[in-house]
Design a protein around this ligand. Sequence first.
Ligand code: ZN
Length: 172
Amino acid sequence: MQIAKDTVVSFHYSVATAEGELVDRSQEGQPMTYLHGQSQIIPGLEEALAGHGAGESITATIPPEKAYGSHDPELDLRVPMSAFPPEAQQHIAPGFRFEAQHPAKEEEKVVFTVHGVGAAATGDGQEVALSGNHPLAGQTLLFKVEVVEVRAATRDELAHGHAHGPGGHHHH
Ligand code: ZN
């Protein structure tokens, strides 16, 4: 069976940046499983996998616009701690995430991650470094993929819009 819309695909992968830095890989014996055609994986990888079958090895070079998007400098911010509501300030620490409006595009919601808290460069108080860019934004990614299994999605999987376990019998 070939990878196409409404198939469930299991695959092993490793992904590196264009500079060769390993970003992520599947664990031995635990392939990644997804329902094809539902945008559950990045668009460039979904395109690269289409038409292939179990046992095939694929390499794909995926540009940022088909991976995690371009890097938006307007989303790398330093703001005073006092800009946050008092009840939120105690939670502001590296790794804290929250959704807010894009600073330049009114219609767009962005998930920001706090990267650091330090003394403000000017004035007193603290300053918060945060970014609304995905850590892999702006990166061209090199995927090496080995397709393990391709099967038709079950009725439940199609109704739910995602893949279940290897046999399609995963319970939520
Ligand atoms: Zn489900």
